[in-house]
Ligand binder design. Sequence first.
Ligand code: ADP
Ligand code: MG
Length: 535
Amino acid sequence: MTVESLQSFGNHQLSEQVLQALSEMGFEEPSPIQKEAIPLALEGHDLIGQAQTGTGKTAAFGIPITETVNPKFLAIQALIVTPTRELAIQVAEEIAKIGKYRHVKLLPIYGGQPIDRQIRALRMGYQVVVGTPGRLLDHLNRGTLRLQHVKMVVLDEADEMLDMGFIKDIESLLKEVPTENRQMMLFSATMPPGIRKLAQTYMKNPRSVSVSRDELTVPQIEQVFYETSESIKVDALCRIIDNEDIGQGIIFCRTKRGVDELVVALEARGYFADALHGDLDQQHRDRVMKRFRDGKSELLVATDVAARGLDINNVTHVINFDIPQDPVSYVHRIGRTGRVGRKGQAITLILPKEYRQLRLIENLIKTRIRRQELPPMADLSEHQAENLKNQLIRLVKGNDLENYRAIVGDLLDEYDASDVAAAALKYAVEGASVEEKEPEAINFENTGAAAGMVRFFMNIGRVQQISPQEISQWIAKESGIPGNLIGMINIYDRFTFAEVPMEYASRVLRSMHQAMFKGRRVSVEPAKAREAADY
Ligand code: ADP
Ligand code: MG
Protein backbone atom coordinates (compact mmCIF):
# COMPACT_ATOMS: atom_id res chain seq x y z
CA MET A 1 0.00 0.00 0.00
CA THR A 2 1.56 3.22 -1.11
CA VAL A 3 0.90 6.52 0.53
CA GLU A 4 -0.14 7.92 -2.87
CA SER A 5 -3.09 5.61 -3.28
CA LEU A 6 -4.47 6.87 -0.01
CA GLN A 7 -4.52 10.43 -1.27
CA SER A 8 -8.02 9.77 -2.48
CA PHE A 9 -8.98 10.21 1.16
CA GLY A 10 -10.46 13.61 0.46
CA ASN A 11 -8.98 16.10 -1.93
CA HIS A 12 -7.20 17.53 1.02
CA GLN A 13 -3.73 16.53 1.83
CA LEU A 14 -3.82 14.35 4.91
CA SER A 15 -0.72 14.25 7.07
CA GLU A 16 1.84 11.51 6.51
CA GLN A 17 1.16 10.23 10.00
CA VAL A 18 -2.54 9.74 9.40
CA LEU A 19 -2.03 8.20 5.97
CA GLN A 20 0.47 5.80 7.46
CA ALA A 21 -2.00 4.84 10.21
CA LEU A 22 -4.86 4.36 7.72
CA SER A 23 -2.63 2.20 5.60
CA GLU A 24 -1.81 0.01 8.58
CA MET A 25 -5.50 -0.22 9.36
CA GLY A 26 -6.02 -1.66 5.89
CA PHE A 27 -8.08 1.25 4.58
CA GLU A 28 -7.48 1.42 0.85
CA GLU A 29 -9.94 4.08 -0.15
CA PRO A 30 -12.48 6.23 1.60
CA SER A 31 -15.99 4.87 2.00
CA PRO A 32 -18.72 6.99 0.31
CA ILE A 33 -19.59 8.87 3.49
CA GLN A 34 -15.92 9.51 4.20
CA LYS A 35 -15.33 10.79 0.68
CA GLU A 36 -18.00 13.42 1.20
CA ALA A 37 -17.57 14.25 4.86
CA ILE A 38 -13.81 14.50 5.33
CA PRO A 39 -13.12 17.46 2.98
CA LEU A 40 -16.07 19.42 4.38
CA ALA A 41 -15.03 18.71 7.95
CA LEU A 42 -11.43 19.72 7.24
CA GLU A 43 -12.72 23.00 5.82
CA GLY A 44 -14.39 23.60 9.16
CA HIS A 45 -18.03 23.19 8.16
CA ASP A 46 -20.72 21.94 10.50
CA LEU A 47 -21.86 18.60 9.21
CA ILE A 48 -24.90 16.34 9.29
CA GLY A 49 -24.07 12.82 8.16
CA GLN A 50 -26.71 10.24 7.52
CA ALA A 51 -25.65 6.70 6.81
CA GLN A 52 -26.42 3.22 7.98
CA THR A 53 -24.27 1.35 10.49
CA GLY A 54 -21.10 -0.04 9.00
CA THR A 55 -20.49 2.70 6.48
CA GLY A 56 -17.40 4.07 8.21
CA LYS A 57 -18.79 7.07 10.05
CA THR A 58 -16.21 6.86 12.83
CA ALA A 59 -13.30 7.60 10.53
CA ALA A 60 -15.41 10.21 8.73
CA PHE A 61 -15.19 12.34 11.86
CA GLY A 62 -12.14 10.66 13.42
CA ILE A 63 -9.79 11.60 10.59
CA PRO A 64 -10.67 15.34 10.62
CA ILE A 65 -10.45 15.37 14.41
CA THR A 66 -7.05 13.74 14.39
CA GLU A 67 -5.82 16.21 11.76
CA THR A 68 -7.25 19.26 13.49
CA VAL A 69 -6.37 18.68 17.14
CA ASN A 70 -3.17 20.38 18.19
CA PRO A 71 -1.07 17.66 19.82
CA LYS A 72 1.10 20.24 21.57
CA PHE A 73 -1.77 21.85 23.47
CA LEU A 74 -2.89 19.83 26.46
CA ALA A 75 -6.60 20.62 26.76
CA ILE A 76 -9.75 18.93 25.58
CA GLN A 77 -10.21 20.11 22.00
CA ALA A 78 -12.69 17.59 20.69
CA LEU A 79 -15.68 16.00 22.39
CA ILE A 80 -17.43 12.95 20.97
CA VAL A 81 -20.74 11.88 22.47
CA THR A 82 -22.03 8.34 21.89
CA PRO A 83 -25.14 6.59 23.21
CA THR A 84 -23.52 3.55 24.85
CA ARG A 85 -20.39 2.52 26.66
CA GLU A 86 -19.52 -0.08 24.08
CA LEU A 87 -19.72 2.48 21.34
CA ALA A 88 -17.59 4.94 23.29
CA ILE A 89 -14.90 2.30 23.68
CA GLN A 90 -15.12 1.32 20.06
CA VAL A 91 -14.93 4.87 18.74
CA ALA A 92 -12.01 5.55 21.08
CA GLU A 93 -10.19 2.46 19.80
CA GLU A 94 -10.70 3.43 16.17
CA ILE A 95 -9.54 7.02 16.68
CA ALA A 96 -6.57 5.86 18.74
CA LYS A 97 -5.53 3.80 15.72
CA ILE A 98 -6.00 6.72 13.34
CA GLY A 99 -4.07 9.00 15.68
CA LYS A 100 -1.32 6.48 16.40
CA TYR A 101 1.46 8.57 14.83
CA ARG A 102 0.10 11.98 15.72
CA HIS A 103 0.11 11.08 19.38
CA VAL A 104 -3.29 12.55 20.12
CA LYS A 105 -4.22 11.92 23.75
CA LEU A 106 -7.62 10.35 23.91
CA LEU A 107 -9.80 9.23 26.80
CA PRO A 108 -13.06 7.27 26.80
CA ILE A 109 -15.42 8.14 29.65
CA TYR A 110 -18.53 6.16 30.36
CA GLY A 111 -20.84 5.07 33.12
CA GLY A 112 -20.10 1.83 34.92
CA GLN A 113 -16.43 2.67 35.40
CA PRO A 114 -15.31 4.00 38.79
CA ILE A 115 -15.64 7.76 38.68
CA ASP A 116 -12.55 8.35 40.84
CA ARG A 117 -10.34 6.71 38.29
CA GLN A 118 -11.86 8.86 35.57
CA ILE A 119 -11.33 12.00 37.64
CA ARG A 120 -7.66 11.14 38.12
CA ALA A 121 -7.32 10.42 34.41
CA LEU A 122 -8.97 13.68 33.43
CA ARG A 123 -6.50 15.56 35.61
CA MET A 124 -3.62 14.18 33.57
CA GLY A 125 -4.90 16.06 30.55
CA TYR A 126 -6.44 14.80 27.34
CA GLN A 127 -7.14 16.23 23.92
CA VAL A 128 -10.05 14.12 22.74
CA VAL A 129 -12.75 12.77 25.02
CA VAL A 130 -15.28 10.15 23.93
CA GLY A 131 -18.13 9.51 26.31
CA THR A 132 -21.73 8.79 27.09
CA PRO A 133 -23.98 11.78 27.87
CA GLY A 134 -24.85 10.97 31.48
CA ARG A 135 -21.32 10.40 32.67
CA LEU A 136 -19.95 13.38 30.75
CA LEU A 137 -22.56 15.58 32.39
CA ASP A 138 -21.69 14.16 35.77
CA HIS A 139 -18.06 15.21 35.30
CA LEU A 140 -19.15 18.58 34.01
CA ASN A 141 -21.19 19.16 37.16
CA ARG A 142 -18.31 18.09 39.37
CA GLY A 143 -16.03 20.48 37.56
CA THR A 144 -13.74 17.66 36.51
CA LEU A 145 -14.44 18.06 32.79
CA ARG A 146 -13.55 21.40 31.24
CA LEU A 147 -14.90 22.14 27.83
CA GLN A 148 -13.85 25.74 27.25
CA HIS A 149 -11.18 24.78 24.71
CA VAL A 150 -13.37 22.38 22.76
CA LYS A 151 -13.50 23.27 19.07
CA MET A 152 -15.10 20.15 17.67
CA VAL A 153 -18.17 18.35 18.94
CA VAL A 154 -19.44 15.10 17.45
CA LEU A 155 -22.80 13.54 18.21
CA ASP A 156 -22.52 9.93 17.05
CA GLU A 157 -25.65 7.81 16.56
CA ALA A 158 -27.74 10.88 17.36
CA ASP A 159 -31.08 9.17 16.69
CA GLU A 160 -30.22 6.50 19.19
CA MET A 161 -29.41 9.10 21.82
CA LEU A 162 -32.74 10.75 21.12
CA ASP A 163 -34.52 7.41 21.62
CA MET A 164 -32.71 6.86 24.87
CA GLY A 165 -33.83 10.23 26.22
CA PHE A 166 -30.40 11.89 26.23
CA ILE A 167 -31.34 15.07 24.40
CA LYS A 168 -31.51 17.23 27.56
CA ASP A 169 -28.10 15.98 28.70
CA ILE A 170 -26.64 16.71 25.29
CA GLU A 171 -28.05 20.22 25.34
CA SER A 172 -26.52 20.80 28.77
CA LEU A 173 -23.15 19.67 27.41
CA LEU A 174 -23.43 21.84 24.31
CA LYS A 175 -24.16 24.90 26.41
CA GLU A 176 -20.74 24.51 28.03
CA VAL A 177 -18.85 24.54 24.76
CA PRO A 178 -18.03 28.07 23.54
CA THR A 179 -20.03 28.69 20.36
CA GLU A 180 -17.32 30.76 18.78
CA ASN A 181 -15.26 28.60 16.42
CA ARG A 182 -17.23 25.56 17.47
CA GLN A 183 -17.51 22.98 14.74
CA MET A 184 -20.30 20.45 15.18
CA MET A 185 -20.81 17.15 13.44
CA LEU A 186 -23.87 15.03 13.86
CA PHE A 187 -24.10 11.45 12.63
CA SER A 188 -27.24 9.44 12.55
CA ALA A 189 -28.75 6.53 10.66
CA THR A 190 -32.15 8.23 10.54
CA MET A 191 -33.27 11.85 10.80
CA PRO A 192 -36.35 12.07 13.04
CA PRO A 193 -37.76 15.56 13.80
CA GLY A 194 -36.05 15.72 17.21
CA ILE A 195 -32.66 15.43 15.53
CA ARG A 196 -33.48 18.02 12.89
CA LYS A 197 -34.52 20.41 15.64
CA LEU A 198 -31.31 19.81 17.55
CA ALA A 199 -29.34 20.54 14.39
CA GLN A 200 -31.30 23.73 13.70
CA THR A 201 -30.74 24.99 17.22
CA TYR A 202 -27.07 24.27 17.65
CA MET A 203 -25.47 24.04 14.24
CA LYS A 204 -24.29 26.82 11.99
CA ASN A 205 -25.20 26.43 8.35
CA PRO A 206 -24.58 22.68 8.41
CA ARG A 207 -23.73 20.76 5.24
CA SER A 208 -25.55 17.48 4.79
CA VAL A 209 -23.93 14.35 3.53
CA SER A 210 -25.79 11.11 3.18
CA VAL A 211 -25.54 7.70 1.70
CA SER A 212 -28.62 7.32 -0.41
CA ARG A 213 -31.36 4.86 0.21
CA ASP A 214 -30.20 2.60 -2.62
CA GLU A 215 -26.87 2.20 -0.97
CA LEU A 216 -28.66 1.65 2.33
CA THR A 217 -29.90 -1.76 1.30
CA VAL A 218 -26.55 -3.42 1.57
CA PRO A 219 -26.57 -5.73 -1.45
CA GLN A 220 -24.11 -8.29 -0.09
CA ILE A 221 -26.60 -9.30 2.57
CA GLU A 222 -28.84 -12.19 1.73
CA GLN A 223 -32.13 -11.76 3.51
CA VAL A 224 -34.58 -14.54 4.26
CA PHE A 225 -37.38 -15.21 6.69
CA TYR A 226 -38.87 -18.33 8.21
CA GLU A 227 -42.41 -18.58 9.46
CA THR A 228 -42.73 -20.43 12.72
CA SER A 229 -45.00 -20.62 15.74
CA GLU A 230 -44.38 -19.49 19.30
CA SER A 231 -44.21 -23.02 20.69
CA ILE A 232 -41.50 -24.30 18.37
CA LYS A 233 -39.59 -21.07 17.95
CA VAL A 234 -36.47 -22.12 19.84
CA ASP A 235 -36.36 -25.45 18.06
CA ALA A 236 -36.81 -23.69 14.75
CA LEU A 237 -33.85 -21.50 15.63
CA CYS A 238 -31.73 -24.54 16.48
CA ARG A 239 -32.61 -26.20 13.21
CA ILE A 240 -31.60 -23.05 11.35
CA ILE A 241 -28.34 -22.82 13.28
CA ASP A 242 -27.58 -26.46 12.49
CA ASN A 243 -28.35 -25.91 8.85
CA GLU A 244 -26.29 -22.75 8.38
CA ASP A 245 -22.58 -22.45 8.30
CA ILE A 246 -22.37 -19.87 11.06
CA GLY A 247 -18.97 -18.40 11.72
CA GLN A 248 -20.19 -15.80 14.13
CA GLY A 249 -23.77 -14.79 14.61
CA ILE A 250 -25.74 -12.23 16.53
CA ILE A 251 -29.23 -13.25 17.58
CA PHE A 252 -31.59 -10.40 18.39
CA CYS A 253 -34.39 -10.56 20.93
CA ARG A 254 -36.91 -7.88 21.74
CA THR A 255 -36.30 -7.70 25.49
CA LYS A 256 -33.59 -8.27 28.06
CA ARG A 257 -35.65 -11.04 29.55
CA GLY A 258 -36.05 -12.60 26.12
CA VAL A 259 -32.26 -12.59 25.77
CA ASP A 260 -31.77 -14.35 29.10
CA GLU A 261 -34.46 -16.93 28.39
CA LEU A 262 -33.12 -17.70 24.96
CA VAL A 263 -29.59 -18.18 26.25
CA VAL A 264 -30.87 -20.66 28.83
CA ALA A 265 -33.04 -22.46 26.26
CA LEU A 266 -30.12 -22.71 23.85
CA GLU A 267 -27.84 -24.04 26.55
CA ALA A 268 -30.38 -26.69 27.47
CA ARG A 269 -30.13 -27.83 23.87
CA GLY A 270 -26.36 -27.89 23.85
CA TYR A 271 -25.71 -24.56 22.09
CA PHE A 272 -23.50 -22.03 23.75
CA ALA A 273 -24.27 -18.38 23.48
CA ASP A 274 -23.39 -15.25 25.41
CA ALA A 275 -25.98 -12.71 26.47
CA LEU A 276 -25.49 -9.01 25.91
CA HIS A 277 -27.90 -6.50 27.35
CA GLY A 278 -28.10 -3.42 29.52
CA ASP A 279 -28.68 -5.18 32.84
CA LEU A 280 -25.29 -6.85 32.80
CA ASP A 281 -22.54 -4.97 34.52
CA GLN A 282 -19.86 -3.26 32.52
CA GLN A 283 -17.11 -5.77 33.22
CA HIS A 284 -19.32 -8.61 32.15
CA ARG A 285 -20.29 -6.83 28.94
CA ASP A 286 -16.69 -6.02 28.14
CA ARG A 287 -15.74 -9.62 28.69
CA VAL A 288 -18.56 -10.88 26.46
CA MET A 289 -17.62 -8.43 23.74
CA LYS A 290 -13.98 -9.34 23.91
CA ARG A 291 -14.70 -13.06 23.71
CA PHE A 292 -16.87 -12.46 20.68
CA ARG A 293 -14.45 -10.08 18.96
CA ASP A 294 -11.60 -12.50 19.52
CA GLY A 295 -13.68 -15.22 17.93
CA LYS A 296 -13.87 -17.24 21.16
CA SER A 297 -17.65 -17.31 21.17
CA GLU A 298 -19.82 -17.95 18.15
CA LEU A 299 -23.21 -16.72 19.17
CA LEU A 300 -24.16 -13.50 20.83
CA VAL A 301 -27.75 -13.02 21.95
CA ALA A 302 -28.49 -9.32 22.28
CA THR A 303 -31.07 -6.60 22.53
CA ASP A 304 -31.10 -3.78 20.00
CA VAL A 305 -29.79 -1.21 22.39
CA ALA A 306 -26.88 -3.34 23.55
CA ALA A 307 -25.78 -4.12 20.02
CA ARG A 308 -26.54 -0.89 18.24
CA GLY A 309 -23.53 0.56 16.52
CA LEU A 310 -21.16 -2.15 17.72
CA ASP A 311 -18.51 -2.78 15.16
CA ILE A 312 -17.85 -6.45 14.98
CA ASN A 313 -16.12 -7.41 11.84
CA ASN A 314 -16.67 -11.02 11.07
CA VAL A 315 -20.34 -11.47 11.72
CA THR A 316 -21.62 -13.95 9.17
CA HIS A 317 -25.21 -14.10 10.38
CA VAL A 318 -27.69 -11.79 11.95
CA ILE A 319 -30.70 -13.68 13.21
CA ASN A 320 -33.81 -11.84 14.25
CA PHE A 321 -35.25 -14.28 16.74
CA ASP A 322 -37.87 -11.62 17.36
CA ILE A 323 -38.77 -9.47 14.41
CA PRO A 324 -37.86 -5.86 15.21
CA GLN A 325 -40.85 -3.75 16.12
CA ASP A 326 -39.49 -0.78 14.28
CA PRO A 327 -38.45 -1.26 10.63
CA VAL A 328 -35.49 1.06 11.10
CA SER A 329 -34.09 -1.30 13.74
CA TYR A 330 -34.08 -4.00 11.08
CA VAL A 331 -31.70 -1.93 9.01
CA HIS A 332 -29.54 -1.32 12.06
CA ARG A 333 -29.51 -4.98 12.98
CA ILE A 334 -28.62 -6.37 9.60
CA GLY A 335 -25.95 -3.70 9.25
CA ARG A 336 -23.97 -5.85 11.67
CA THR A 337 -23.25 -8.33 8.94
CA GLY A 338 -21.99 -8.07 5.37
CA ARG A 339 -19.42 -5.43 6.29
CA VAL A 340 -17.19 -3.85 3.66
CA GLY A 341 -16.80 -6.50 1.01
CA ARG A 342 -17.94 -9.47 3.07
CA LYS A 343 -20.99 -11.59 2.52
CA GLY A 344 -23.63 -11.78 5.20
CA GLN A 345 -26.89 -13.53 5.93
CA ALA A 346 -29.83 -11.91 7.63
CA ILE A 347 -32.43 -14.36 8.92
CA THR A 348 -35.72 -13.36 10.45
CA LEU A 349 -38.14 -15.59 12.33
CA ILE A 350 -41.71 -14.45 12.15
CA LEU A 351 -44.98 -15.55 13.64
CA PRO A 352 -48.03 -15.53 11.39
CA LYS A 353 -49.35 -12.41 13.07
CA GLU A 354 -46.15 -10.58 12.25
CA TYR A 355 -46.47 -10.45 8.46
CA ARG A 356 -47.59 -6.87 8.77
CA GLN A 357 -44.28 -5.89 10.34
CA LEU A 358 -42.41 -7.85 7.70
CA ARG A 359 -44.23 -5.88 5.04
CA LEU A 360 -43.30 -2.56 6.67
CA ILE A 361 -39.67 -3.62 6.66
CA GLU A 362 -39.86 -4.67 3.01
CA ASN A 363 -41.34 -1.29 2.16
CA LEU A 364 -38.57 0.55 3.96
CA ILE A 365 -35.71 -1.37 2.38
CA LYS A 366 -37.50 -1.64 -0.95
CA THR A 367 -36.56 -5.27 -1.16
CA ARG A 368 -38.55 -8.45 -0.86
CA ILE A 369 -37.33 -10.76 1.84
CA ARG A 370 -37.36 -14.31 0.58
CA ARG A 371 -39.32 -16.95 2.44
CA GLN A 372 -37.53 -20.15 3.27
CA GLU A 373 -38.90 -23.40 4.67
CA LEU A 374 -37.56 -24.60 7.99
CA PRO A 375 -35.01 -27.36 7.61
CA PRO A 376 -36.23 -30.69 8.97
CA MET A 377 -35.47 -31.56 12.57
CA ALA A 378 -31.93 -32.87 12.62
CA ASP A 379 -30.87 -35.76 14.79
CA LEU A 380 -29.30 -34.84 18.08
CA SER A 381 -25.75 -33.80 17.51
CA GLU A 382 -23.04 -35.82 19.16
CA HIS A 383 -22.25 -32.80 21.23
CA GLN A 384 -25.85 -32.46 22.39
CA ALA A 385 -26.05 -36.15 23.20
CA GLU A 386 -22.88 -36.01 25.25
CA ASN A 387 -24.18 -33.01 27.07
CA LEU A 388 -27.46 -34.72 27.89
CA LYS A 389 -25.73 -37.84 29.17
CA ASN A 390 -23.55 -35.80 31.48
CA GLN A 391 -26.49 -33.92 32.87
CA LEU A 392 -28.36 -37.15 33.54
CA ILE A 393 -25.39 -38.74 35.23
CA ARG A 394 -25.11 -35.72 37.48
CA LEU A 395 -28.79 -36.00 38.40
CA VAL A 396 -28.60 -39.74 39.05
CA LYS A 397 -25.58 -39.24 41.30
CA GLY A 398 -27.25 -36.31 43.05
CA ASN A 399 -29.93 -38.79 44.05
CA ASP A 400 -32.50 -36.10 44.73
CA LEU A 401 -35.22 -37.81 42.74
CA GLU A 402 -37.83 -38.72 45.35
CA ASN A 403 -40.56 -36.56 43.78
CA TYR A 404 -40.27 -38.35 40.48
CA ARG A 405 -39.76 -41.93 41.63
CA ALA A 406 -43.44 -42.52 42.29
CA ILE A 407 -44.35 -41.43 38.75
CA VAL A 408 -41.71 -43.68 37.25
CA GLY A 409 -42.97 -46.54 39.45
CA ASP A 410 -46.49 -46.13 38.07
CA LEU A 411 -45.26 -46.01 34.50
CA LEU A 412 -43.06 -49.06 34.86
CA ASP A 413 -46.11 -51.18 35.70
CA GLU A 414 -47.21 -50.71 32.14
CA TYR A 415 -44.26 -49.53 30.02
CA ASP A 416 -40.75 -50.54 29.23
CA ALA A 417 -38.12 -48.75 31.36
CA SER A 418 -35.98 -47.62 28.42
CA ASP A 419 -39.05 -46.24 26.61
CA VAL A 420 -40.01 -44.25 29.67
CA ALA A 421 -36.50 -42.88 30.10
CA ALA A 422 -36.28 -41.96 26.41
CA ALA A 423 -39.65 -40.22 26.56
CA ALA A 424 -38.53 -38.25 29.62
CA LEU A 425 -35.44 -37.13 27.70
CA LYS A 426 -37.48 -36.16 24.69
CA TYR A 427 -39.71 -34.12 26.94
CA ALA A 428 -36.70 -32.41 28.52
CA VAL A 429 -35.21 -31.52 25.16
CA GLU A 430 -38.25 -30.70 23.09
CA GLY A 431 -40.49 -29.47 25.86
CA ALA A 432 -43.94 -28.33 24.90
CA SER A 433 -43.36 -29.14 21.25
CA VAL A 434 -43.95 -32.77 22.23
CA GLU A 435 -47.65 -32.08 22.37
CA GLU A 436 -47.94 -29.31 19.84
CA LYS A 437 -47.36 -30.55 16.36
CA GLU A 438 -47.00 -28.10 13.52
CA PRO A 439 -50.38 -27.26 12.09
CA GLU A 440 -51.58 -29.72 9.51
CA ALA A 441 -51.37 -28.68 5.92
CA ILE A 442 -54.68 -27.20 4.96
CA ASN A 443 -56.41 -28.12 1.79
CA PHE A 444 -57.03 -25.04 -0.27
CA GLU A 445 -58.47 -26.89 -3.25
CA ASN A 446 -62.21 -26.59 -3.91
CA THR A 447 -62.95 -23.27 -2.28
CA GLY A 448 -65.01 -22.20 -5.25
CA ALA A 449 -62.42 -19.65 -6.34
CA ALA A 450 -61.10 -18.65 -9.75
CA ALA A 451 -58.14 -20.69 -11.02
CA GLY A 452 -55.00 -20.15 -8.97
CA MET A 453 -56.97 -18.40 -6.24
CA VAL A 454 -58.35 -19.44 -2.85
CA ARG A 455 -61.66 -18.13 -1.59
CA PHE A 456 -62.04 -17.21 2.05
CA PHE A 457 -65.16 -16.94 4.11
CA MET A 458 -65.39 -14.23 6.77
CA ASN A 459 -68.26 -13.61 9.14
CA ILE A 460 -68.78 -9.92 8.58
CA GLY A 461 -71.07 -8.45 5.99
CA ARG A 462 -73.30 -5.65 4.82
CA VAL A 463 -74.79 -5.37 8.32
CA GLN A 464 -71.42 -4.06 9.49
CA GLN A 465 -71.44 -1.48 6.69
CA ILE A 466 -68.28 -2.59 4.99
CA SER A 467 -67.07 -1.90 1.49
CA PRO A 468 -65.02 -4.17 -0.76
CA GLN A 469 -62.25 -1.61 -0.61
CA GLU A 470 -62.15 -1.73 3.19
CA ILE A 471 -62.05 -5.51 3.11
CA SER A 472 -59.19 -5.58 0.68
CA GLN A 473 -57.24 -2.98 2.65
CA TRP A 474 -57.84 -4.92 5.82
CA ILE A 475 -56.60 -8.20 4.35
CA ALA A 476 -53.55 -6.46 2.91
CA LYS A 477 -52.76 -4.84 6.24
CA GLU A 478 -53.24 -7.92 8.40
CA SER A 479 -51.43 -10.38 6.17
CA GLY A 480 -48.99 -8.02 4.51
CA ILE A 481 -49.85 -9.17 1.00
CA PRO A 482 -50.12 -6.54 -1.71
CA GLY A 483 -53.68 -5.22 -1.96
CA ASN A 484 -53.75 -5.42 -5.75
CA LEU A 485 -53.34 -9.20 -5.61
CA ILE A 486 -56.62 -9.65 -3.79
CA GLY A 487 -59.24 -10.92 -6.19
CA MET A 488 -63.01 -10.94 -6.24
CA ILE A 489 -64.78 -9.75 -3.08
CA ASN A 490 -68.46 -10.53 -2.56
CA ILE A 491 -70.25 -8.98 0.38
CA TYR A 492 -73.48 -10.52 1.67
CA ASP A 493 -75.63 -9.48 4.63
CA ARG A 494 -73.73 -11.36 7.32
CA PHE A 495 -70.66 -12.68 5.59
CA THR A 496 -68.17 -11.96 2.87
CA PHE A 497 -66.08 -13.95 0.41
CA ALA A 498 -62.66 -12.74 -0.71
CA GLU A 499 -60.18 -14.40 -3.01
CA VAL A 500 -56.42 -14.33 -2.67
CA PRO A 501 -53.71 -16.00 -4.78
CA MET A 502 -53.02 -19.63 -3.84
CA GLU A 503 -49.42 -18.91 -2.89
CA TYR A 504 -50.58 -16.46 -0.21
CA ALA A 505 -53.45 -18.54 1.11
CA SER A 506 -51.76 -20.10 4.12
CA ARG A 507 -50.18 -16.79 5.03
CA VAL A 508 -53.58 -15.09 4.96
CA LEU A 509 -55.19 -17.84 6.98
CA ARG A 510 -52.55 -17.84 9.66
CA SER A 511 -52.09 -14.11 9.95
CA MET A 512 -55.83 -13.48 10.07
CA HIS A 513 -56.68 -16.03 12.66
CA GLN A 514 -58.93 -14.09 15.08
CA ALA A 515 -58.17 -10.80 13.35
CA MET A 516 -60.04 -7.67 14.41
CA PHE A 517 -62.10 -5.56 12.03
CA LYS A 518 -64.07 -2.51 13.11
CA GLY A 519 -63.82 -3.61 16.71
CA ARG A 520 -65.08 -7.14 16.01
CA ARG A 521 -63.20 -10.38 16.13
CA VAL A 522 -63.71 -11.94 12.73
CA SER A 523 -63.31 -15.56 11.84
CA VAL A 524 -61.61 -16.17 8.52
CA GLU A 525 -61.56 -19.62 6.94
CA PRO A 526 -61.31 -21.27 3.54
CA ALA A 527 -64.71 -21.26 1.89
CA LYS A 528 -66.40 -24.46 0.76
CA ALA A 529 -67.06 -24.88 -2.94
CA ARG A 530 -70.63 -25.85 -2.23
CA GLU A 531 -71.29 -22.46 -0.68
CA ALA A 532 -70.58 -20.79 -4.00
CA ALA A 533 -73.65 -22.39 -5.44
CA ASP A 534 -75.76 -22.00 -2.32
CA TYR A 535 -75.53 -18.26 -2.01
P1 ADP B 1 -20.38 3.16 11.38
O1 ADP B 1 -19.97 4.11 12.47
O2 ADP B 1 -20.87 3.86 10.16
O3 ADP B 1 -21.32 2.11 11.84
P2 ADP B 1 -17.69 2.24 11.58
O4 ADP B 1 -17.02 3.55 11.61
O5 ADP B 1 -17.86 1.52 12.86
O6 ADP B 1 -19.10 2.38 10.87
O7 ADP B 1 -16.91 1.35 10.50
C1 ADP B 1 -17.24 0.01 10.27
C2 ADP B 1 -16.00 -0.82 9.97
O8 ADP B 1 -15.47 -0.48 8.69
C3 ADP B 1 -14.87 -0.59 10.96
O9 ADP B 1 -14.27 -1.85 11.23
C4 ADP B 1 -13.91 0.29 10.23
O10 ADP B 1 -12.59 0.11 10.68
C5 ADP B 1 -14.10 -0.16 8.81
N1 ADP B 1 -13.82 0.92 7.85
C6 ADP B 1 -14.20 2.21 7.95
N2 ADP B 1 -13.78 2.91 6.89
C7 ADP B 1 -13.12 2.05 6.11
C8 ADP B 1 -12.42 2.19 4.85
N3 ADP B 1 -12.34 3.36 4.23
N4 ADP B 1 -11.86 1.09 4.33
C9 ADP B 1 -11.94 -0.11 4.98
N5 ADP B 1 -12.56 -0.31 6.17
C10 ADP B 1 -13.14 0.77 6.72
MG1 MG C 1 -20.62 4.40 14.29
